[in-house]
Design a protein around this ligand. Sequence first.
Ligand SMILES: *Cc1c(COP(=O)(O)O)cnc(C)c1O
Length: 406
Amino acid sequence: MAAEKMAVTRETFDEVIVPVYAPAQCVPVKGKGSRLWDQQGNEYIDFAGGIAVTALGHCHPALVAALHAQSEALWHVSNVFTNEPALRLATRLTQATFADRVFFANSGAEANEAAFKLARYYASNIHSPYKSKIIAFHHGFHGRTLFTVSVGGQPKYSDGFGPKPADIVHVPFNDLDAVRAVMDDHTCAVVVEPIQGEGGVTPATPAFMQGLRALCDAHQALLVVDEVQSGMGRTGKLFAHEHYGIQPDILTTAKALGGGFPVSAMLTTHAIAQVMAPGTHGTTYGGNPLACAVAEAALDLINTPEVLQGVSARHHQFVEALQAINARFGLFSEIRGMGLLIGAELTPAWAGKARDLLNAATAERLMILNAGPNVLRLAPSLVITPQEIAEGMARLETAIGKLVAA
Ligand SMILES: *Cc1c(COP(=O)(O)O)cnc(C)c1O
């Protein structure tokens, strides 16, 4: 028999974890669909989705079955060997997208790290070692490795960790003239999120995305589209760039790819991938059989008309409920986003209070997110039920009502 498990609480966090997070006071222990339970047995409705990760809800039976079956077959072989789940998932991803080559990693940051390295390596090999400039955007977010925080457009995440990688230029998002002003033949890549997630849930305009594509073509630069948050059905298409009628050269996906199991992928074309050779890049766990088996099950479920088309009806239900709350309390200056990545910007009177809203919601047994200090963010399961949306929104209204009265 297994030994009794050690008792741990939220206080244990402060004693043993490096203090880079400030988690809520409750400790979730169980999840099912869009509901979670904490150590005390309190039930929560989940509008956070593990930050756009649990796109099929918690412990989806098909994902549990895939993980269980693979856990009894093979866990890990490293990239000294290939494995069937990785080959199947890569085949599925290439069939479903513009891409024909896949590199697997374990997190969004690692997929982006691979993407940025590939863009530099491609330019250096095909054009010139001096074609190294990366153009990226203010408020962009691409992960927490040193290269990815440096390409990210929030200096607070990279300051103090220098020297930073060089030849990275940041310009305002959705400002094509600003890109044009810094774009040249020395540029190897433009890196963009179709919807800035962490930066405040701001969708790119069609003219901006199409303009970036044209500028990249004119200067033989690669368009790197970071779909770590916006991908895997989040916006009602498998990938958000499909709304814009453009194709990336390199795409990264993570978060919802494994539905809660850590896995990420960088997708690209054969023409670009072929500059790489054995040894130019790698990772021990990339293509792990457990991760790929779960991701294949997730992709099979998400990439269906039922799930993708269901996103838009849910979007409208969320937005209408937010508008109703706003009609009562007037705390949002704008409600925006695409599909089930929804942001509500706080009015100046509420500036800086997104985290207070989050805490108030948790007290009403509702999990939500913020995107910076001024934006409330929702990234629920793509298959959350209309009843769960209604119930969660009622809890949000109660939470806001108490905050207003306090
Ligand atoms: C979350 C996120 C990342 C980083 O992913 P990790 O898995 O945390 O490394 C990168 N890009 C975008 C757009 C993200 O939302």
